[in-house]
Write a protein that binds this ligand. Structure first.
Ligand code: ZN
Length: 183
């Protein structure tokens, strides 16, 4: 992966916020539809940013692939399904398994979904998942194993975009290929 000029060491201001901003500004042809328009069922994008020892993961996944519907819950069973999915997505291992040598600890996890409120969700609800880890030995973070099973088993394809202080890369995962090499 070619080094991107804007990510040269020393140019970063050291805050994960800047990496996330850069991620959001990254032009990624072919992903624009999922990022800005109606999602495609079975497909999602996960953004990964490593800034020194801080690892940010952000995933927007169609609710259809998580709970099997994408409107506001119509009954108690659907309300329970949404709450259960949120709880499972908040678990530290919901998105990735990290190499033990990197000594990463979960710092925070947040799950939002438009399904949880009764407002208009536009017919295509998502779960928006953010996990943050602090890694004592980030140099040992050579790869991530993405948890495509479990609560994410409805996904057929996941594009993972990784940005570090020095490089960026995009990896397309499908069942049977769940490993992302850090650039
Ligand atoms: Zn949809």
């Amino acid at each position: 992966m070619k080094r991107a000029g804007m990510y040269r060491r020393g140019k970063w201001l050291g805050s994960p916020v800047h990496i996330l901003l850069a991620l959001s500004l990254m032009a990624v042809p072919g992903l624009a539809v999922q990022a800005h328009g109606p999602h495609v069922h079975g497909q999602a994008v996960m953004q990964v940013a490593l800034d020194e020892g801080t690892l940010h993961l952000e995933l927007k996944v169609p609710a259809m692939d998580v709970v099997g519907f994408e409107h506001s819950p119509a009954d108690d069973a659907q309300r329970r399904a949404v709450e259960d999915a949120k709880a499972r997505l908040e678990e530290p291992s919901a998105l990735v398994r990290l190499p033990l040598e990197a000594d990463c600890s979960p710092v925070s996890a947040r799950v939002n979904t438009a399904l949880a409120d009764d407002g208009d969700d536009g017919g295509h609800g998502d779960f928006h998942v953010t996990h943050v880890f602090e890694c004592a030995a980030p140099e040992a973070l050579g790869h991530l194993d993405v948890a495509l099973g479990g609560v994410l088993s409805g996904l057929e394809r996941l594009d993972v975009e990784v940005v570090t202080e020095e490089a960026q890369a995009r990896t397309r995962l499908q069942h049977g290929n769940q490993r992302v090499l850090m650039p």
